[in-house]
Design a protein around this ligand. Structure first.
Ligand SMILES: *Cc1c(COP(=O)(O)O)cnc(C)c1O
Length: 355
């Protein structure tokens, strides 16, 4: 066994995907499974498909290519608005993409003509979170322009909430999407197929019956991969947690003071550390650092262990109160937030193991 390792409980991820497909489909909503949190690892993506997910989305073209190379041939969407420099590969590897710039959509259309394809476009609308999307007042016009492009199919509208601005999904902001779709249908005499109303954070609206009618797709990553919803700071009802556990190895254990000796400047990351003098403590160092992981997102499984902080390659924990006899070579386990998962899954220094 090599450490650090993220153990991935694939049955629990499959269970979560199935649970969300059930819940959403009962409400007329299709789940696009978002794979970026697991760097589109093939076993994870296949578990989503086994659970009944029919469409996938990822923010990175490299991940989409790797899924294709692993034989995954269901519809896959690029969910980060494309770079102009990657258009040929977006058309080659993805069936559709989320978009907000007409110049990019024109380039997608042109490239699709060259490749003999019809790329599907979901137009993103900014309903308040201030990340990607055209402003609501511009949607009707932009939709009209997309409808004139021969290489792309205007599939529908999408929105993203609870990410950059932390704006919570609501009846009001999801309704903007549904109303705009109605306007487009009236003006252009078409049927808007897809209204992609949000991500994990939007599940609460469905649970409370406060989702605007007409929304028929959610793009879900976190609730499947971790069973959590960071934006609403909760566990997602019906799902399992402990889908992924980080195991790290202890490389030093010593009783040391809790207050450093000497004049305090900045730490390796330019921050000025603060310390509380709690007297002598049993301190352990595990071989994992900020280069591998967003350590603020880790929570020790042993409730009597407390994270003190870390540097690029070292994570320090207070093990004074732990009833486990922690010594050099011991393994300390952590649960992880979405942010910690993203970084751990991306780090080549962290082993991944399917359990
Ligand atoms: C990451 C992402 C999602 C999935 O969000 P979760 O919170 O993991 O469900 C959905 N849509 C877009 C555009 C994303 O970037």
């Amino acid at each position: 066994m090599t450490y650090p390792v993220v153990e991935i409980y694939i049955d629990r991820i499959r269970y979560n995907a199935g649970c969300l497909v059930d819940f959403c489909s009962k409400n007329g909503i299709e789940v696009m499974g978002i794979s970026k949190g697991a760097c589109a690892m093939a076993p994870v993506v296949k578990a989503m498909l086994q659970a009944g997910i029919k469409k996938l989305g990822d923010s990175r073209l490299q991940n989409i290519i790797s899924m294709r190379q692993n034989g995954i041939n269901c519809p896959i969407y690029l969910i980060r608005i494309p770079m102009l420099s990657e258009i040929d590969n977006v058309v080659r590897w993805a069936d559709g993409s989320l978009n907000s710039e007409i110049d990019v959509i024109k380039a997608l259309s042109q490239e699709s003509m060259i490749q003999g394809k019809k790329h599907r476009v979901i137009l993103m609308v900014d309903v308040g979170d201030l990340r990607e999307g055209v402003m609501p007042e511009d949607v009707l016009n932009v939709a009209g322009m997309i409808l004139e492009l021969p290489g792309v199919e205007f599939e529908g509208l999408g929105t993203n909430l609870g990410c950059f601005g932390g704006v919570l999904p609501s009846f009001e902001n999801t309704k903007i999407l549904a109303e705009l779709a109605g306007d487009i249908e009236k003006r252009y005499g078409i049927k808007v197929q897809t209204l992609s109303g949000g991500n994990t954070a939007t599940l609460t609206l469905l649970e409370k019956g406060k989702l605007a009618p007409g929304i028929n797709q959610f793009r879900i990553g976190e609730a499947i991969l971790l069973g959590t919803d960071a934006t609403n700071f909760r566990r997602v009802p019906g799902t399992l947690q402990d889908t992924m556990i980080l195991k790290t190895e202890v490389i030093e254990v010593k009783i040391k003071p809790s207050y450093p000796r000497g004049e305090i400047g900045r730490d390796a990351f330019g921050n000025t550390p603060t310390h509380v003098d709690k007297g002598p403590m049993k301190r352990a160092i595990v071989a994992l650092g900020k280069q591998d992981c967003r350590i603020e997102g880790l929570v020790p499984v042993d409730e009597n262990i407390e994270i003190l902080g870390g540097s690029s390659d070292h994570l320090l924990v207070d093990v004074t109160k732990s009833v486990n006899n922690i010594k050099v070579g011991s393994i300390i386990e952590f649960r992880m937030s979405y942010g910690a998962m993203l970084s751990l899954m991306t780090s080549k220094y962290v082993e991944k193991k399917i359990v």
